[in-house]
Each structure stands twice: as structure tokens, then as C-alpha cells.
Design a protein around this ligand. Structure first.
Ligand code: GLV
Ligand code: MN
Length: 214
């Protein structure tokens, strides 16, 4: 090994690398969502104000409405909905998908996702950074994993509604939903970027944008 390489490695050693949100330094830190301090996470609610309710969340118990153009609904159980998750490095979603419905291609910049099918039959697919597509049909009780940051989707290929619960190693995984990200952003991505990127005429971009209220 050259001495330059050794020096670079030595310089990098003090920097920790995390595979998920950093470990907490206290038992709990119920998020004070109204806190004014800006931090990587939220400031903690005063321990003396913490109650049992801070550790429980029933937001995933109700079926989400799939009466939309994708025929799907993602109910998020992240730190914004469930402040008790603050700094703990985990969260969950509930995904309801009507027959033929799709949880559209998206990625989570801050978390790996695992999921379990509770009801229905789904095609679960993911695409690697090398543009390799992996997929499988799953039914109740079967699990999947989506490595952090990779684009993925779930398509209901059955006759009945489908239900999945997903889990993340971040209290706020984030979601880049590709069709919305590219075609429904504020402000709009310039049309000439989209026509060039997708190698299509302006009319195609106009049509896609119109589907998303653009
Ligand atoms: C499913 O992919 C989810 O993000 O909950
Ligand atoms: Mn996902």
C-alpha cells in the first residue's frame, strides 16, 4: 500500500459510517414537532410531559382510500405521524392496493425497506443501480426487501384488495415517487429536460403533466 493511501485511510478512520439513522443516546426522545431548533431529527419533548400515549400509534389500523388514479394508498407511520419514533431509527407504513392498482415506482433515500404481504397477490419489483430488474409474485405471509435507495413498486395482480405492512430503518425514510417527482414538482422541471430525457415529443410530456394536475 502506498503511503498516500495509508494516509487517506487514517484520515477517514475517525468518521463513523451508519447503515441507518444514528443510534439514540437516551431511552426515548418523543419528538416535539413544534420545536424551533433545527436538528437531524426533532428536539425531545420534556420527559415530565411524556405519557403512555407517546409510545402507541393506531394510525395504521384503518384501510387507506384507493379511490385515486394509482388505485393505491400509503399510510405513513413515520416520526411525523408517530413522534415516539424520533431518533429510534425505525418506522412503518401500511399499503392498501385495489385490484389492478399500483404503488408506483419510488425510492427511499434514507432507508432499506422490508415488507410483508398480509392479504392479496402482488408483483413486487425493484431495479438496481445497474438497471437490473428483479421481481416476484407474493401472497399472504411472504416477505420482501428493498435495499436502500433502490426504485421499487408493488402491483396488485390478484382479484381482491391487497394489504402490505412495510418497515424501514429510519424514522423518516423519505420517498421519491418518480412520476410525481419528475412531472408534478414545484416548480416544474423544464419541458425540454423531460423531452430530452425521455426522447419524446412535447405532446407526450404535456399529456403526462396533465394527469398530475400540471
Ligand atoms: C412500499 O413500498 C412503501 O414504501 O411502504
Ligand atoms: Mn417503498
Amino acid at each position: 500500500m502506498t503511503s498516500e493511501l495509508c494516509l487517506i485511510l487514517l484520515l477517514l478512520l475517525p468518521f463513523p459510517s451508519h447503515s441507518a439513522d444514528p443510534d439514540p443516546l437516551q431511552d426515548f426522545c418523543i419528538a416535539d414537532l413544534k420545536g424551533t431548533i433545527s436538528a437531524n431529527g426533532f428536539p425531545c419533548k420534556l420527559a415530565s410531559n411524556v405519557t403512555s400515549d407517546d409510545f402507541f400509534f393506531d394510525g395504521l389500523s384503518q384501510e387507506g382510500s384507493t379511490n385515486n388514479s394509482f388505485g393505491s394508498s400509503v399510510t405513513q407511520g413515520n416520526v411525523l405521524a408517530f413522534p415516539g419514533l424520533n431518533t429510534l431509527g425505525i418506522s412503518m407504513n401500511r399499503v392498501d392496493i385495489a385490484p389492478g392498482g399500483l404503488n408506483p415506482p419510488h425510492s427511499h433515500p434514507r432507508a432499506t425497506e422490508s415488507g410483508i404481504v398480509v392479504q392479496g397477490k402482488l408483483l413486487v419489483g425493484l431495479i438496481t443501480t445497474g438497471n437490473v430488474f428483479y421481481s416476484k409474485n407474493l401472497t399472504a405471509g411472504q416477505m420482501f426487501v428493498i435495499p436502500r435507495g433502490l426504485v421499487h413498486f408493488q402491483l396488485n395482480v390478484g382479484q381482491e384488495k391487497a394489504l402490505i405492512f412495510t418497515a424501514f430503518n429510519s424514522h423518516l425514510p423519505g420517498a421519491v415517487v418518480l412520476p410525481l417527482n419528475l412531472f408534478a414538482s414545484t416548480a416544474s422541471v423544464p419541458d425540454n429536460v423531460l423531452t430530452k430525457a425521455f426522447q419524446v415529443e412535447q405532446t407526450v410530456i404535456d399529456e403526462i403533466k396533465s394527469k398530475f394536475g400540471g
